[in-house]
Design a protein around this ligand. Sequence first.
Ligand SMILES: [Fe+2]
Ligand SMILES: [Fe+2]
Length: 455
Amino acid sequence: MNEITHQDAQRAAMLLMASIKSAAFYPQAHPAVRQPLEELNSIFNDMVRVKPEIHLGVVEGVFFLEGNLFVSPNSSVAELAERLIDKGIFAITLFGGVTSDDLFLFASLLARKNFPAELVFEELSRKGVTTIKYGIDEVQDGCAAEEGGASPLRTYHDALDAIRGTMKDIERGRIPASERINEVVDNMVSLTIKDHTTMLGLAMIKDYDNYTFNHSVNVGILAVALAAYLGMDREALRDTNTAGLLHDIGKIRIEKSILNKPGKLSGDEYEEMKKHAEKGAEIVREMENIHSRVTDAVLGHHIRYNRSGYPEWARKRDFDQLADILAVADCYDAITTLRTYNSPVPPRAALDVLRRISGTSLKGDLVEKFEEMMGKYPVGTLVRLDTNEIALVVKPHPQESAEAAVKIIIDAQGTTLEKPRLVSLAPQDGSRYATIVTQVDPLLKNIDVSRYFLM
Ligand SMILES: [Fe+2]
Ligand SMILES: [Fe+2]
């Protein structure tokens, strides 16, 4: 094996699911367990020869193994994704030296009912298994949470779950519970206060099959980062973050055929789509422990700075700055998200678009602050370093663009690295690893930028 192909990844996922099913009924020595387990072990051991750490898990309902995403999975991979989601396991790292015994224990723990992630990994470590770990260290690198606090990646997934839960409540005709959202907001605000750029890298995770979920979380992240950069207090940050997460919640009450229509909407369909802002405000108004300014911001997130937006009946109303902050975050995420019918726009170009509509659709000073916060080379920008390496910006440093953290993807000889290398460009002991020379077009290098945020 020279690289981990989609086929290898699929085979491994199917074998893992087969092992889980058999481990529920049979002992390790039984052929129904032994056979898939041995093949799985041999595949994983081949993989760790290609790459010392193998990452797999679920991103917004989509199973992934390394760079392979299973957007339309076969039934067995779909079952595995469901099982992992059910247990609250979103990312797993496998290390070299993994054995059939380790995998059997893991499969049998995944087979147990009512046995969540914490217990699975507690049990693995109690039994001395060190080759299977929860999470992906690298994503948390440089932005790990303080002891006791939730990590950025964990918080991202919790936010996706909270939005999914809120939508489920609405579909079942209930007033959505606000506890989950409030808990996620607490964590996100704490992380943001510590360093407002912490979560920006995660806001580059795009998923066009589940656009509304990821978009909502991304807007929550971008909005709260901007609010923190503006120096707003904790209460205001909470409201901004909540409004970001919930801003498009009204889409649940828009007909699916209109919501998912791939082409241009007809006049009537567009009128219907526009109602998501007021429908969203109606939902949020009913939720407990959510401030009325959040409701207002949801209502006004498409009203536009010059009041040429919708709902038309609300154009004369007063909206506070929160609606304007949401609009900036909403636009930025929409522009940078890869959609099937238009090509992805790199962050720098997305900022150019924001500038063009600044003063009309968007509030000018907020766009300026947003740009300042994102830095000269925003997170998600592909750059060339003066070492001739190609790297992805994963953490910006406002104003001082040279202090960004980057992941090196292609070395100076032009070889794509199997495992991207995270380096800080901040000066250390008077010298620095490298400086950014220029931006590079990801299309020219044929690089799918978003997958590198999970590697
Ligand atoms: Fe919207
Ligand atoms: Fe939106």
